[in-house]
Design a protein around this ligand. Structure first.
Ligand code: NAD
Length: 506
């Protein structure tokens, strides 16, 4: 344990969903493992007038599923302090400062402070400005800020927000969360690539036909309709998670596995993603919105009748697209991406589709010479969630007389026990922020470039009225998403809808 874990967390938005579902359990897991010493304290702030005792009950309830003993839960919760606080009221920061100083003494925190902004981004600027003006940052020790997504709603707003935060915190002290970067298998992408010559030597346009990234959700918008209807799938998922995963897949090998070296390569990869013209957007990106649908015996309402969604909404709940990366490694290799709500199955996975052998010598005698090789491609699949692992599909000989080939899948999955015992995304990320490691956070240059890419798509789309709704809940999106690959001679490797269709359940 390092002395860095002597720290005061101040959580803005302490009564919110994120704090309860993710932050308190993650802090408890760190505490239980000893990654957080007894020298830590948490100030939870939000508007509700809670007492410390009530706050302790909330924290204990949030960690109940981790089955702490009563004593453990009590001891952990005793580190939490609640401060009713309206972030726009400057006088509240004076009170907050007093409590901060008191806890700094009590727990011997050496002035180390981590501010977690778990609330609406429209308050981020106000909060950091007030932290500075109240003098709360004028102490020894480190001062870091963890910021939740979304970081802006386009390049312009992100840039303004960034300038505001930069007035107070240096880039090295800003930890922009993209919780996908805390996931085990996203971190594993680098191990798969850089620890296996088999893959790294083939990781380029000579051997790879196309790359597919799918982030599918089977849920609808649930109670986030108000936010989602303003955002849509492109901004909610593509700008951050998808482009982050893409940059890890596409980057050059870093000279060392250090924060700076990795970040530099990721930024270079993002800079090589083609900025589309309007015409290119229409050709390479499609959007969708779900209407009601049925999957097996489950029935789903249409998006426009979800709570807090406009009944004439033109917000996309699905995006599929093709990114092109204009550099030596990837020239001509499509990176297909897709994400959406109310799809057939929940799952995040990556498929790396390798090129065919030059000639299929197993071609049957009836196949005309010169026609398409009919062997299935070799595919490396990386499963990110809900299962974690990877598989490789190869072609082998079918057992028996004669000589036919059949695909064989070499499959590795982390066991349920391994997954259970491995840290949660938020737990890893908080641990990293405590230790000053920002490898798995997004740097401003990455955020900025991702917005530039996405802004082009949004601007082209905003010029046309989409023909929504265009896919039934429970399917894998509109027909256009399948046509997008078909016109290039490819198809989506992952088609969970097929199973249901074959059984007439969809
Ligand atoms: P939430 O609406 O549940 O909570 C918001 C919190 O902000 C509450 O504690 C509320 O009391 C507080 N608040 C609002 N106005 C305030 C004011 N004027 N002064 C003081 N406090 C005020 O939101 P959430 O779901 O917890 O999300 C918080 C942030 O995390 C958002 O930026 C969101 O986009 C992001 N996020 C959330 C999730 C999630 O799973 N919930 C996932 C990813 C990102």
């Amino acid at each position: 344990m390092t002395e860095n874990t002597n720290v005061l967390f101040t959580i803005f938005g302490a009564t919110g969903d994120l704090a309860k579902r993710k932050l308190y359990p993650s802090l408890f897991r760190l505490y239980r493992k000893g990654d957080l010493s007894e020298c830590f304290a948490v100030i939870g702030t939000a508007r509700r007038p809670w007492s410390d005792d009530y706050y302790h009950e909330v924290v204990k309830e949030a960690i109940a599923s981790l089955e702490p003993t009563t004593e453990e839960a009590e001891k952990f919760a005793s580190h939490f302090y609640y401060q009713s606080h309206d972030v726009s009221d400057t006088s509240h920061y004076t009170v907050l400062k007093e409590l901060t100083n008191k806890l700094n003494e009590k727990y011997q925190l050496g002035g180390n402070r981590l501010y977690y902004l778990a609330m609406s981004p429209r308050f981020f600027g106000t909060i950091v400005t007030q932290l500075k003006e109240s003098g709360m940052l004028d102490t020894d020790g480190y001062h870091r800020v963890i910021i939740e997504k979304p970081f802006g709603s386009d390049f312009k707003s992100a840039n303004e927000l960034n300038n505001e935060i930069n007035e107070v915190f240096a880039e090295k002290d800003i930890y922009r969360i993209d919780h996908y970067l805390g996931k085990e298998m996203v971190q594993n992408i680098s191990a798969i690539r850089f620890a296996n010559n088999l893959f790294e030597s083939m990781w380029n346009q000579r051997y790879i036909d196309n790359v597919q990234i799918t982030l599918a959700e089977n849920l609808g918008v649930e109670d986030r309709g108000g936010y989602y209807d303003q955002s849509g799938a492109l901004k909610d998922m593509v700008q951050n998670h998808i482009l982050q995963v893409l940059s890890l897949l596409a980057m050059e090998p870093p000279v060392a596995f250090t924060e700076e070296a990795i970040r530099n390569e990721k930024i270079k990869a993002l800079n090589a993603v083609r900025l589309y013209s309007e015409e290119e957007v229409y050709t390479n990106f499609v959007r969708g919105q779900y209407t009601k649908g049925k999957l097996g015996d489950k029935e789903f309402a249409d998006y426009r009748h979800e709570p807090n969604v406009a009944t004439d909404s033109t917000t996309e709940t699905f995006v599929a697209g093709k990114f092109l990366i204009d550099n030596f490694r990837w020239s001509g290799v499509p990176f297909y991406v897709r994400t959406g709500k109310r799809l057939t199955e929940k799952g995040t996975r990556i498929n790396i589709v390798f090129k065919q052998v030059p000639i299929n010598v197993f071609r049957s005698s009836t196949t005309e010479v010169g026609t398409q090789n009919e062997l299935p491609p070799n595919v490396l699949t990386i499963y990110i969630q809900p299962t974690e692992g990877f598989s490789m599909t190869l072609n082998g000989k079918e057992i028996g007389q004669g000589y036919s080939t059949k695909p064989v899948k070499l499959d590795y999955r982390n066991t349920a026990e391994m997954v259970e015992n491995s840290p949660e995304a938020y737990e890893r990320l908080i641990f990293d922020a405590l230790n000053g490691d920002s490898t798995n956070f997004t740097h401003w240059d990455e955020v900025a470039q991702s917005w530039r890419v996405v802004d082009r798509i949004r601007a082209a789309w905003d010029k046309q009225t989409p023909d929504f709704p265009n896919y039934a809940a429970g399917t894998m999106g509109p027909q256009a998403a399948f046509d997008l690959l078909a016109k290039d001679g490819f198809e989506w490797i992952w088609q969970p809808d097929k199973w249901y269709k074959e059984r007439k359940l969809l």
